[in-house]
Ligand binder design. Structure first.
Ligand code: RB5
Length: 148
């Protein structure tokens, strides 16, 4: 299966293992995936570096979407949401993944590797990937995220 969407994945050492699993999952689903690091496990690396790099690339249009990882997902989402055109959603359930697409048009999914089981992460990812933005009344609200 081929999917034209370009997805970037990135995360620190805490998210490294989950990133590798998610990457394989995305490739199997036919997405065009690029790994923006970390490329090796290094306990001294810093989540803001990877989150900022991915956010610049998604916010700048180089990628359609991104998936970010860190231990809790909190640090990576704080960093990513500082960038224009980035709507990063830290999700803990598949429902949150789907709603973050439907209402918030999230373009970055953030997963905490230390806060949930691998199967849950993949279920969230699948719900997020197949979710669609509802538009309508949510259009104006999403615009407000950049305007206010
Ligand atoms: C790294 O130990 C950890 O602090 C980081 O992955 C993340 O959870 C920060 O929010």
């Amino acid at each position: 299966m081929k999917n034209s969407q370009k997805i970037c994945v990135a995360g620190d050492h805490a998210g490294f293992e989950l990133k590798e699993i998610v990457k394989k999952h995305l490739i199997k689903k036919g997405f065009n995936v690029q790994d923006c690091g970390a490329t090796v496990y290094d306990a001294a690396d810093d989540y803001p570096v990877f989150a900022a790099d991915l956010a610049k690339k998604v916010g700048g249009g180089e990628f359609d979407r991104g998936v970010l990882f860190c231990g809790t997902g909190v640090g990576a989402s704080i960093m990513a949401n500082r960038y224009k055109n980035v709507r990063a959603a830290l999700c803990f359930t598949p429902e949150m993944g789907a709603m973050s697409r439907a209402h918030n048009d999230s373009n970055v999914l953030v997963l905490g590797s230390r806060t949930m089981a691998e199967e849950v992460s993949l279920a969230i990812l699948d719900a997020w990937l197949s979710g669609t933005f509802e538009g309508g009344r949510h259009e104006k609200r999403v615009r407000m995220l950049d305007e206010l």
